[in-house]
Design a protein around this ligand. Structure first.
Ligand code: AP5
Length: 216
């Protein structure tokens, strides 16, 4: 099964991707995570990418597409995958369609996680990420057992630089201007499953499972 998770920042794409990965045995590919790895390497490219990400702007298509194609060429993706954070504009959607056509593959479902702005802001401003294993927590919605410490590996939690107020506002603006119209693109391809993602994560996941079981 090949799934795209679409939705505004903070809708819960990463959270649902992890649940889907475990439940269906799929590979989770997050372009945000791939880019954060490049930034952590502190290379010339990493420094350029960081400037876009800190502001909440989209990283140029050429850099993201190259990273994604490299990841999709790995053998583990043969068992199916979840794309989290890609595509983010019309050009990326077309590049993806063409790349799949060349391999006679297709995307099965595009799950559109829809969440209201106050919910999004509450989720993003309270998110904390593990500095070592990248596990996600939330100070009130999904708090770690010990404040500031990762439940999985015991490392320190940090706040993403793009989870500051200014950057969150810009990410929402960029989502509306660049990404939101992709729902129409995938609706026309009859692949879109729209989900109300304002609920607690396990409830959203149950709704996704139920929608997929009717289709799959
Ligand atoms: P990326 O890392 O993809 O960020 P994003 O799309 O802004 O998404 P988020 O990770 O912020 O939110 P999410 O929807 O995954 O929510 P999550 O599950 O984490 O991209 C970062 C940057 O990289 C971009 O701004 C851009 O610069 C660049 N980039 C990435 N892809 C690109 C591309 N294709 N082209 C160009 N540039 C690209 O949850 C958030 C919080 O809420 C967590 O704390 C979680 O615990 C909590 N939570 C989640 N679900 C629930 C729930 N149902 N109830 C309560 N709490 C919840």
């Amino acid at each position: 099964m090949r799934i795209i998770l679409l939705g505004p920042p903070g809708a819960g794409k990463g959270t649902q991707a992890k649940l889907l990965k475990t439940y269906f045995g799929l590979v989770h590919i997050s372009t945000g995570d791939l880019l954060r790895k490049v930034v952590a390497e502190n290379s010339v490219l990493g420094k350029i990418v960081k400037q876009y990400m800190d502001k909440g702007d989209l990283v140029p298509d050429s850099s993201v597409v190259e990273l994604l194609k490299e990841r999709l060429s790995c053998a583990d993706t043969n068992k199916g995958f979840i794309l989290d954070g890609f595509p983010r504009n019309g050009a990326q959607a077309e590049i993806l369609d063409n790349a799949f056509k060349e391999k006679s593959l297709d995307i099965d479902y595009v799950i559109y996680l829809k969440a209201d702005e106050p919910v999004i802001i509450q989720r993003l401003s309270g998110r904390r990420v593990c500095s070592k294993c990248q596990a996600n927590f939330h100070i009130t919605n999904m708090p770690p057992k010990k404040e500031g410490i990762c439940d999985n590996c015991g490392s320190a939690l940090y706040q993403r630089s793009d989870d500051q107020e200014e950057s969150i506002k810009n990410r929402l603006k960029v989502y509306l201007s660049e990404t939101a119209s992709l729902t129409g693109y995938y609706l026309r391809q009859n692949k879109l499953l729209e989900m109300d993602a304002n609920f607690e994560a396990t409830i959203v996941f149950e709704k996704i499972k139920s929608a997929l079981s009717k289709k799959y």
